[in-house]
Design a protein around this ligand. Structure first.
Ligand SMILES: C[S@@+](CC[C@H](N)C(=O)[O-])C[C@H]1O[C@@H](n2cnc3c(N)ncnc32)[C@H](O)[C@@H]1O
Length: 307
């Protein structure tokens, strides 16, 4: 039933080459081969987290289980844009230098490097969870510690005519039919992050506050355009493509929702048992198909004016 589907902005016309949408098994395998001594930093309830580096205060686990979850989510998110790696109208012949900030396992940077063998790709991350076996034009470096000036720095670093693209998901799960009860774990997921974000100064309302567009405009970017999508969670949509995306998101969350929520819930005073009980409820609700949850994604891109 069309009315059951989350309204979607259609992906832009297929003016760029579609990237291979297969899951990055090679990359996941390579990530798994990193020695544990490199990634073991702080430990919480048996999960590992990045070491204190700058003021990042990143909340996600950095172990193998979470890395696999990141790769599954990467696949779900590229499906949402027709298997592409980017939407900015890049001039393929002119791409020389590419920066992927918060690269995670580096899966996007590696795929981009494969697609653009003549470009130099740098991925940054506070955790060294990237594989060592990567295309020769891809390398990884560590932290960016001040996200507030990030877009201004990006602007300063770009050549005239260069593009910045930013992807941001919302932490809030919603439904169009208002069926999500306030005591459901699905409903409670968002406030855990937005409350911690407000207290810690690491905002989880970047999308809602339209921070990407504001920061890009104030940095001086032009030709700003955006693509908004509602990402279904679970297999509730009737539409086959949306159901596939929803299933990958469910698999991503079942792979390791704990690694996403454990640190923040712990800071907010939850015990490991409370987190486990919450996640069990969360899994049941997603699997039940009773609700039609989704979260919003925003991809926005802008250009440094030509000289
Ligand atoms: C949700 S993951 C996304 C990973 C990857 N971009 C993807 O789409 O699969 C966010 C990543 O940002 C990294 N990160 C968080 N704060 C950072 C900072 N201040 N500087 C560099 N990387 C950061 C984290 O370590 C994590 O790997």
């Amino acid at each position: 039933m069309a009315g059951d589907e989350p309204e979607q902005q259609s992906p832009p016309p297929n003016q760029y080459d579609a990237a291979d949408s297969a899951l990055g098994e090679d990359q996941a395998d390579s990530a798994a081969s990193l020695t544990s001594s490199i990634v073991h930093y702080r430990t919480l309830h048996g999960r590992t987290y990045h070491s204190e580096r700058g003021n990042a205060l990143y909340w996600g686990s950095n172990d193998e289980r979470q890395s696999e979850a990141l790769d599954i989510n990467h696949h779900a998110q590229t499906l949402a844009i027709g298997g592409k790696l980017y939407l900015a109208p890049l001039n393929k012949d002119e791409i020389k230098n590419v920066l992927d900030i918060g690269t995670g396992t580096g899966i996007w940077a590696i795929d981009f490097g494969d697609e653009f063998p003549d470009a130099e790709i740098i991925g940054t991350d506070i955790s060294p969870i990237q594989p060592t076996w990567v295309p020769p034009n891809v390398r990884f470096v560590r932290s960016i510690d001040d996200w507030n000036v990030l877009f201004k720095r990006a602007y300063a670093s770009l050549k005239p005519g260069g593009w910045l693209q930013s992807f941001e998901p919302s932490a809030v799960w919603e439904t169009d039919d208002g069926t999500l009860p306030k005591d459901s774990a699905l409903y409670q997921w968002g406030p855990i992050f937005t409350e911690w974000g407000a207290k810690s100064g690491r905002s989880f309302t970047v999308l809602e506050d339209e921070l990407q567009r504001k920061a890009m405009e104030s940095a001086g970017f032009v030709d700003i355009d955006e693509f908004n999508t509602k990402q279904p969670i679970g297999k509730w949509p009737a539409d086959e493509a949306l159901r596939e995306r929803g299933e990958f998101v469910r698999i991503w969350l079942e792979q390791d929702a704990e690694g996403i929520v454990l640190f923040i819930a712990g800071v907010m005073g939850w015990s490991k048992e409370e987190v486990a009980a919450f996640l069990a409820r969360f899994r049941r609700e997603v699997r039940s198909g009773k609700y039609r949850p989704y979260f919003r994604n925003k991809i926005i891109w802008g250009k440094k004016p030509e000289a």
